[in-house]
Design a protein around this ligand. Structure first.
Ligand code: G6Q
Length: 544
């Protein structure tokens, strides 16, 4: 049974109204004052759990803010919603589906029922098949059609079937099999495929066609092109079985494409695309880092799941982070959140989070279909540090927008080189300190600055941030981090009373493009507005 949707609107909740009043007092309170008034603030507003240290003391909050935010979570029924998700209730009401990415990392002996059937044995069955296959490819036992060893693996997929695998491969490259090449093709722009294959030999190349539906235009087009590219050299249809495997929920379409369903790795409709990197969609990740490391990744996810499920809200990392996001989005009017990992391996982490957060919480009606009268999911963006410091940090420090930041750092580098790591980490700490405390006119003047220059060199400060500090970027740590954001997104969605698990905006794009293709090819004439019609006819003329 899906959870009952609440009849009381968010803005009528006691805690919400108390937060509105509380915000009036808080909006002008400076972090300088909060720190000066409490020498232990750094410890008081930090939390360590399962190897992640979250310092959230540089947020514009007091004990009272926290108390009210937690009350808001309670009045919103967060506890019941968490239980409901983990239990397998059909909380994705618009698609009538359970939301069970947490079952993908549940231990073998767990029991999670969907429509009266325990799904955990199937999850482990697929994982075992993936492991056996990954081992064969990694060891060279799985050979291409001409008997050559597979050296290149190309994942073809888009959105949730691409962003997770790309991010995880980059993040865990340190643990990857270095004599193999891993590439990712997502865009329907032919350049993506052309560049990914330009220097590869089809005899040594394995394509993983990753598509939950196996009908997505971009992926099917790229898969078809991959087939032609491979067969051009390999010559024989039978080669497909050696060079193509599929990850999908749609066996019928997979075999229609010509892939033997024996080489198909399944998952289920209760796994959303953006929550699928730890399902069979992670096959490329598993081939890259090996089944043992993949297991560690899953264990990390699971540890965070347990923490989210069991820890009291005031000690619960995803709950705290989710509530802080609500605090800034709805009371301070912050429109974005910057995610700033100080680790080069996490260079695709912000892009991954963009989908996770924005596809999930980019909604403007509640579960019961009413238009919201408050802000929902903010815009997530970011770049790895320190590169961002030499570009957009200027706006975060001195611009007119309030941009809460998440800094992410690790104590131990994976590539220790001289003093690089200390330099890197010195920047994390210096940035969050400067954002919080700024520089007063008095401080600027003391640096012998002429009066006219003072306002330009003043930093207001009072710019909030979280700092996440972990020991080392391991597969386990990555699993924890991803699950942390997954559950933070869930927390926000519950407060906002929205469905974080559908994506009608994505579905719209899939239909619209299909309608126009036949017009571009001159096979049909459609009815459009004057702008779209002119663009279509111009395009047709220009392309000849
Ligand atoms: C994710 C979305 C979307 C999806 C892609 C690819 O949550 O649903 O990004 O992952 O559109 O879909 P397929 O895996 O079905 O090709």
């Amino acid at each position: 049974m899906a959870m009952e949707t609440r009849s009381v609107s968010l803005t009528q909740l006691t805690a919400w109204q108390a937060l509105e009043t509380h915000y009036q007092q808080m909006q002008h309170v400076h972090l300088r004052k909060l720190f000066a008034g409490d020498p232990k603030r750094g410890e008081r507003f930090s939390q360590e759990a399962i190897g992640i240290y979250l310092d959230y003391s540089k947020n514009r909050i007091t004990e009272e803010t926290l108390r009210l935010l937690i009350q808001l979570a309670e009045e919103s029924g967060l506890r019941e919603h968490i239980d409901s998700m983990f239990r397998g209730d059909k909380i994705n009401v618009t698609e009538n589906r359970a939301v069970l990415h947490t079952a993908l990392r549940a231990p073998k002996d767990a029991v999670i029922n969907v429509d009266g059937k325990n799904v955990v044995p199937e999850v482990h069955q697929v994982l075992d098949r993936m492991s056996a296959f990954a081992d064969r490819v990694r060891s060279g036992d799985w050979k291409g059609f001409t008997g050559k060893r597979i050296r290149n693996v190309i994942n073809v997929g888009i959105g949730g079937s691409d962003l997770g695998p790309v991010m995880a491969y980059e993040a865990l490259r340190h643990y990857s099999q270095r004599d193999m090449v891993f590439r990712f093709v997502s865009n329907v722009d032919g350049t993506d495929f052309a560049e990914a294959t330009i220097d590869l030999d089809p005899e040594e190349t394995l394509f993983i066609i990753s598509s939950k539906t196996f009908t997505t235009l971009e992926t099917m087009t790229n898969a078809q092109t991959a087939r032609e590219w491979a067969l051009k050299k390999l010559g024989d249809e039978k080669a497909v079985a050696k060079h193509f495997v599929a990850v999908s929920t749609n066996a019928a379409e997979v075999s229609k494409f010509g892939i033997d369903t024996a080489n198909m790795f399944g998952f289920w409709d209760w796994v959303g695309g953006r929550y699928s990197m730890d399902s069979a969609i992670g096959l490329s990740t598993m081939i890259a880092i090996g089944p043992e490391n993949f297991k560690a990744l899953l264990a990390g996810f699971h540890e965070m799941d347990e923490h989210f499920r069991n820890a009291p809200f005031e000690k619960n990392l995803p709950v705290l982070m989710g509530l802080l996001t609500v605090w800034y989005a709805d009371f301070f009017g912050a429109e974005t959140v910057a995610v700033l990992p100080y680790d080069q391996y996490l260079k695709r982490f912000p892009a991954y989070l963009q989908q996770l957060t924005m596809e999930s919480n980019g909604k403007s009606v509640t579960l019961s279909g009413a238009r919201v009268n408050y802000q929902t999911g903010p815009i997530f963006w970011g770049e790895p540090g320190t590169n961002g410091q030499h570009s957009f940090y200027q706006l975060i420090h001195q611009g007119t927008h309030l941009i809460p930041c998440d800094f992410i750092g690790f104590a131990k580098p994976l590539n220790p080189l001289g003093n690089h790591h200390d330099l890197l980490m010195a920047n994390v700490f210096a940035q969050s300190e400067a954002l919080a405390f700024g520089k007063t006119p008095e401080q600027v003047r003391a640096e012998i600055t002429p009066d006219w220059l003072v306002p330009h060199r003043v930093f207001e400060g009072n710019r909030p941030s979280n700092t996440l500090l972990l020991e080392k970027l391991t597969p386990e740590a990555l699993g924890k981090l991803v699950a942390l954001y997954e559950h933070s997104v869930f927390t926000q969605g519950v407060i906002w009373q929205i469905n974080s698990f559908d994506q009608w905006g994505v579905e719209l794009g899939k239909v619209l493009a299909k309608n126009i293709i036949s017009e571009l090819e001159g096979k049909a004439d459609g009815k459009h507005d004057s702008s779209t019609s002119t663009l279509i006819s111009r395009y047709r003329k220009l392309k000849g």
